[in-house]
Design a binder for this molecule. Structure first.
Ligand code: R5P
Length: 261
């Protein structure tokens, strides 16, 4: 691996814990003005001290994030369909590597959909991004999804994650599931979990804790933080789970304590 690749990867992790929290606010590229993200800058700014990386789109980065911000950027470079399209996640390349470099991306993220009619398009688009990114020492995060009806279980998520790694992902993002150890242990690159739809804070903290216990290197969480009744408290509770290995109850107590202050 090149020095640049190693350095960019290292910068995505907390040096003390060796784990990471990517704060995902890229939802607008297919969901439009997502609940909790209408004023993106107001959401991001108070959370900056607690995240290891910020995952968002090119447009959001330009319009909402000050240029003196120090947090590494995971830049979303796939898209092309919206939630109104029945073929959601039939994504292609939306950002050139040249522009990703101009935006000082620490990593780029691309969604693949395994087990759908158009999986080939997304896998080939993904490898095109990997080829370009590798040339400049930029790690690619594969965002994995599986076709409708396949179930987000260890069998299919491990299949999608392993395919992503074999095709060149430096990191994989997938969903948490039962037997997550299998997903992590059969994937040769670090795995982070997506948060998914908003669930009660206690449940989201439990999921994060279970994922870390199963070997995930961190979380790439969005809605369960920015749609929380108190995003700053929730982010700190998630950070306690990921970086300090606290119990779910301790993290939940911390959430309540911070929320009530
Ligand atoms: C979806 O593909 C988007 O990239 C989100 O970044 C991702 O789903 C993580 O956000 P959430 O925790 O809200 O699922």
């Amino acid at each position: 691996m090149s020095w640049g690749m190693n350095n960019r990867l290292a910068n995505l992790f907390n040096p003390q814990s060796g784990k990471t929290i990517f704060f995902a606010v890229d939802h607008g590229y297919f969901m439009g003005p997502t609940t909790g993200l209408k004023q993106l800058d107001k959401v991001i700014n108070p959370l900056l001290p607690y995240m290891d990386a910020l995952m968002l789109t090119r447009g959001a980065l330009r319009q909402y994030v000050p240029t003196d911000m120090r947090v590494p950027i995971v830049l979303r470079v796939s898209g092309g369909t919206s939630i109104l399209n029945k073929n959601l996640l039939h994504e292609g390349i939306t950002v050139s590597m040249e522009d990703a470099i101009r935006l000082n991306a620490a990593a780029v993220a691309f969604s693949i959909l395994v087990g759908a009619e158009f999986e080939r398009d997304t896998l080939l688009g993904f490898t095109q991004v990997v080829n370009e990114a590798e040339r400049y020492g930029i790690p690619v995060l594969a965002v994995t999804a599986v076709g409708k009806g396949l179930g987000k279980d260890a069998r299919y998520l491990s299949l999608a994650s392993r395919i992503a790694a074999e095709l060149g992902a430096r990191m994989v993002k997938t969903y948490y599931c039962d037997d997550f150890e299998h997903v992590v242990s059969s994937c040769p690159v670090p795995v982070v979990i997506a948060g998914g739809k908003k669930i009660p804070e206690l449940d989201a903290l439990t999921m994060a804790r279970n994922a870390i216990q199963a070997g995930a290197v961190g979380v790439d969480m969005g809605r369960n933080i920015f749609q929380s009744e108190n995003p700053v408290a929730m982010m700190q509770a998630v950070a306690a789970v990921v970086h300090k290995n606290v119990s779910v109850q301790e993290a939940f107590d911390l959430f309540n304590e911070l929320k009530n202050h």
